[in-house]
Design a protein around this ligand. Structure first.
Ligand SMILES: *[C@@H]1O[C@H](CO)[C@@H](O)[C@H](O)[C@H]1NC(C)=O
Length: 285
């Protein structure tokens, strides 16, 4: 009995193996989204640069759709005067009522800090921004930015330090992305209508072309195909934060958060979103 069930487990693990992705390659795993040769893939797919010039930005989209997983990307942001540029690394489903998990870097004038902006959409509902300054200059070197997504929580990390942890609160009626497979997008574009100092500082084209570098993309994720069950994968990924990560996360929360929708009493003058209300906030485990 024990033997046959463990055999079955091994067999199902083996079968589901094919639907799991490890590693990553810009040639193999992505298609051009826009910008033609402004997308420059190098080192046999290990690295890539995106360019924004006066005609266009650029971006790529993953070939696969994923349902849960951890997605790491090393990024070196546009240096110098990057005001008005938006470098985005995000997951999104397609169609109406979409789900989305965003990391966006809003550029700035030379010497002024980049803003890392995060947001989560579920079933078309967004408005859950949290924004951060970084504790390093993100234009000097590559740093690892990660989205770790399962049915119970979303964790966004910078150099393996959690900066945002979002629990699934469907139990109190808060939408959470659990059903729609998503693709990975990486883009660089002109967002100067809103990005820098709320749109006041525009892109300075005399600094063009703007270039951002990307490398070592890594997906440890379940590839969603009809009839495949990504919950198996998800099960193994439901661990919470260990105490060291929790400690580091708390430091980020106390030092680096610039904006938190859960504290925007002006925007939510008639009451904070459910998940932000005192009685509903869950301890992180
Ligand atoms: C740009 O720099 C200004 C001044 O330090 C700061 O207030 C702002 O948050 C920075 N980032 C963006 C995207 O505006």
């Amino acid at each position: 009995m024990a033997t046959s069930s463990s055999l079955f487990l091994l067999l199902s693990l083996f079968l589901s193996f094919k639907t799991f992705a490890w590693g990553g390659n810009f040639n193999k795993d992505f298609d051009l989204l826009f910008g033609d040769d402004r997308v420059d893939i190098k080192e046999e797919g290990k690295s890539m640069s995106l360019t924004l010039d006066k005609y266009s930005g650029s971006g790529i989209i993953s070939k696969n759709e994923y349902l849960f997983g951890r997605f790491d990307m090393q990024i070196k942001l546009v240096p110098g005067n990057s005001a008005g540029t938006v470098t985005a690394y995000y997951l999104s489903s397609q169609g109406s009522n979409h789900d989305e998990i965003d990391i966006e870097f809003l550029g700035n004038l030379s010497g002024d800090p980049y803003l890392l902006s995060t947001n989560v959409y579920a079933n078309g509902n967004g408005g859950r921004e949290m924004q951060y300054y970084l504790w390093f200059d993100p234009t000097e070197d590559y740093h690892i930015y990660s989205i770790d997504w399962n049915s119970r929580r979303i964790i966004i990390l910078v150099d393996n330090i959690p900066i945002r942890v979002m629990r699934n609160r469907q139990d109190i009626g808060v939408p959470f992305p659990t059903k729609q497979p998503m693709r990975i997008y990486t883009t660089l574009w002109n967002g100067d209508s809103w990005a820098t100092r709320w749109g006041k500082v525009k892109l300075d084209l005399s600094n063009a072309p703007f270039v951002a570098g990307f490398k070592n993309f890594n997906a440890n994720a379940c590839i969603a195909k009809t009839g495949e069950d990504c919950k198996v994968f998800n099960g193994g990924q439901n661990k919470g934060l260990d105490s060291e990560s929790k400690q580091k996360w708390k430091v980020v929360l106390s030092k680096w958060v610039v904006y938190d929708y859960c504290r925007d009493f002006r925007r939510y003058a008639h009451g904070l979103p459910y998940e932000c209300r005192k009685d509903n906030v869950l301890p992180v485990v």
